[in-house]
Structure formats: C-alpha cells, structure tokens
Design a protein around this ligand. Structure first.
Ligand code: ACO
Length: 385
C-alpha cells in the first residue's frame, strides 16, 4: 500500500444554460419523449451555444474545484483533461486550460479514452501522487459531443449533452482517494462508436463532408450489449481489488449513458437502488464529463459526503471501460514532502524505475539528490536569466 494517497479535496462543474428537451426533439426528429425516456432515461440535455467552448467549460469547472480545494493553479503539479471533443486537434486542450487557469509552467496533457477518460484520469493522478511526483493534481472531464452529432440522426441526436466536471486530488497520509481501479480496452469494437472524419485517416475535404464522416456513428445495440457485459464486471473487479464487498459501497456513480445499462450493472453486484446515483434525465450522456458532473451533484444533494466510499464505472468509444473505488477523506494539512513539480531527480536514470523501488529507498535517494537538483535548477535559471 502506498504511504501517499490522493484525496479529492475540491470539485466543480459547469453545464451550458441552453437546454434541449425531448419535446424539442419531437419537433425535428421522428421520435417521441416516451420512446427516448423509456429506452434511455433522458428527458433533456444541455448544449453549448455560439461563443462557448470545451476549454471554456473545462476552465469554469476547474476554477470551482481549485477554489474549493484552496489550491492556487500555479501550485498544481499536473493537469489532466479527459476529452474526446477538444477545441482543436492541436494544440492540446490541456495547454489551453493550463494557460487560462494561470497555472504557469505546470505540466498538462489531454487524455483520450472515450467516456471513461475521467476515471482513467483519476487513476493516473493517483499514481503520480502515490509515486511522489506531484502533491496536487487537477483532473477535468469536459465534452461538447453536440458539435459532432448529426442533428438528423435520431439514434445519436437524442443521447448526448455537453458539460464539464473537475476534481483536485491532494496528497495525504490518510488512506483515502483511489483505493483501486480497473482499466480496460478492446479495440475490436472500434467501429461500433466512431467519428470517422477529421483525423489523419480522413482529413477534412469536401468529399469527407459530403459523406457525413464528420459525425459520430454508433451501433447502439452493439454498444448496449458491450456495456451490459463489461460494466458490472469492471465494478465487481474494482470492489474486489480494494478488498471490499458491495455492502461497503456507499454510493455508485456510474457513467450516465443509459438508465437501463446502469440498472443492469447495479443488479450484477447486487447494489440497492438507493445507492445508485442517476442524473441522466437532466443531462443526457456527457461522455467523459458525466461522472464528475454526477459527483458534484451527489455532493450538492448530500448523497456523497466525507467518509463515504464511492464506486465509479464507465464505458465508451475504443471500446474502453474503467472503474475505480474512491474513499472521500477529511482534508488534512498537506504532507511535508518535496516540491510538487517533477524534480530533476525524476529525470535521472533512477526516475524511470522509481515506481518499482521501495518508497523508503526512493526517499533516501531523493534526499541524496535534492541538493544536486536544487543546484542544477539554480544553474539553469541563471543561464536562462
Ligand atoms: N426514436 C424512436 N425510435 C427510434 C429511435 C428514436 N430516437 N432510435 C431508434 N429507434 C427505432 C429503431 O429504428 C428501431 O426500429 P425498428 O425496430 O423498426 O428497426 C427501434 O427503435 C429499436 O431500436 P434499437 O436500436 O434496437 O433500440 P434500443 O432499445 O437498443 O435503444 C439505444 C437504442 C438507446 C441507442 C440503445 O441501444 C443504447 O442506449 N445503446 C448504448 C448507446 C450508448 O450508450 N452510447 C454511448 C456510449 S459511449 C459514450 O458514452 C460516448
């Protein structure tokens, strides 16, 4: 067990004001509120308007999380933005978010793992903190799937919404934060959920647009089958890896893709309905943003609180899946550890094997190299200045 844990000490969300209800969709598509609600559990979804952007939503959610965590953006050790609908293919949205937050020089990367991207991000943040590389990590899930939907395609237009959610993980010695995680991928199902155009395989062209390759394509039945198969299993595996039982889970916060899929995963691990958080009716499927948005709402409604053990599970394009068990600990005074940015020590040959060596040995090595690292940093900054 690591001695350093990453506790969730701040959270925030942003959803656009504009709402599209099932009744609105009835007017433009061959569908009904009854069909959508009974098959998916969705009543409405939020979508961005002209002038709004994915990075703008991500920054708004992140600011809220940082404020609650009482962490300055420039004191972050790392920023992870999980999304499949960035503002641009390049530069990475994570750098836009880093800059807008004023997180000067902080490392940032974009994590593309479909809807489970946020859970992948949590697992990654946990590893950086446990390994001693960072003390504070921001994880954002933010999506504008609405920009990639063919509004005439009733199989996808009814499902997706836009939004963002963020958390700050902070180092603590109290056993909490991510207790276990399971990450999975099966690229054999790539064609079941794909945005074929706009990437390097089919760059933008008149032909590409004429064929409608810029829109998300989904084999709903296949994805449904896949999700029903992996979700319950991934949840069970994460519970077992944390050495817990279903009874130990206080609240299950699944990816909000389809209420029927959520119910079947809960049934698989025998979780009672009152321990399952579902807000899909109000937001639809917000992809990598759905779990952090749901987490914020669970806090707002008092359904998640300090001391609780939460279970997250998600599936999505790839195909991918991920689950995590997270304990919400008290916010403690930050550990007196080495500076949160990755130090020069991490760049030395030992850095590459640092996760496989004992933490005591690692700390001794860090202490040994620390003066050297400080000296080298001074030297670099002098030569730059
Ligand atoms: N309104 C009315 N009828 C519809 C609609 C609609 N919006 N969409 C499809 N239908 C029709 C179909 O044409 C079909 O008609 P037919 O029987 O005459 O051929 C009938 O309804 C049943 O269609 P199915 O596709 O079998 O419907 P199903 O019960 O499977 O529900 C749904 C479709 C809701 C898409 C379901 O398959 C699903 O939720 N799949 C998972 C999708 C998902 O979660 N995707 C995202 C995952 S990844 C991520 O989150 C980014």
């Amino acid at each position: 067990m690591p001695e350093r844990y990453g506790n969730i000490v701040g959270w925030g969300k942003y959803v656009p004001e504009k709402i599209i209800t099932n009744a609105d969709l009835e007017k433009i598509l061959d569908t009904t509120d009854e069909w959508i609600f009974s098959r998916t559990g969705i009543r409405q979804r939020h979508v961005i308007s002209e002038g709004e952007s994915n990075s703008g939503m991500a920054v708004a959610a992140a600011r809220e999380a940082l404020e609650m965590a009482d962490v300055r953006a420039r004191d972050l050790g790392l920023i992870i933005v999980a999304t499949s609908s960035p503002d641009y293919l390049t530069p990475p949205i994570s750098s836009q978010v880093q800059h807008a937050l004023g997180a000067k020089d902080v490392g940032a990367f974009t994590l593309v793992a479909g809807c489970p991207g946020f859970v992948y991000g949590l697992a990654t943040a946990h590893q950086f903190i446990a390994a001693g590389a960072c003390d504070n990590v921001l994880v954002v899930g933010s999506e504008v799937v609405s920009r990639f939907i063919n509004k005439q395609d009733r199989s996808t237009a009814i499902l997706f919404g836009d939004g963002a959610g963020a958390v700050v993980l902070q180092v603590t010695s109290e056993p909490c934060g991510v207790l276990s995680f399971v990450l999975g991928s099966d690229g054999a199902g790539a064609q079941d959920l794909i945005l074929p155009g706009g990437g390097s395989a089919a760059p933008a062209s008149h032909e590409m647009v004429d064929e409608g390759l810029q829109y998300l394509r989904m084999n709903g039945r296949q994805v449904f089958r896949f999700a029903s198969r992996v979700l319950g299993r991934a949840l069970k595996q994460a519970i077992q890896k944390a050495n817990l039982t279903t009874d130990d889970i206080d609240l299950f916060i699944p990816h909000q893709a389809n209420a029927r899929i959520i119910a079947s995963a809960a049934r698989y691990v025998k979780l009672p309905e009152d321990k399952v958080f579902v807000n899909i009716a109000d937001y639809g499927n917000t992809s990598a943003a759905s779990i952090p948005i749901a987490l914020c709402e669970a806090f707002e409604q008092g359904r998640a609180k300090i001391g609780d053990t939460l279970a997250f599970v998600a599936f999505g394009a790839g195909l991918t899946w991920a689950s995590a068990i997270v304990k919400l600990g008290e916010k403690t005074a930050p550990l007196p550890v080495e500076k949160s940015r990755i130090s020069l020590f991490e760049l030395l040959p030992f850095g590459g094997i640092s996760s496989s060596i004992g933490s005591d040995l690692k700390r001794n090595l860090a202490q040994f190299f620390s003066p050297l690292s400080t000296f080298a940093q001074k030297l670099f900054s002098r030569s730059r200045g």
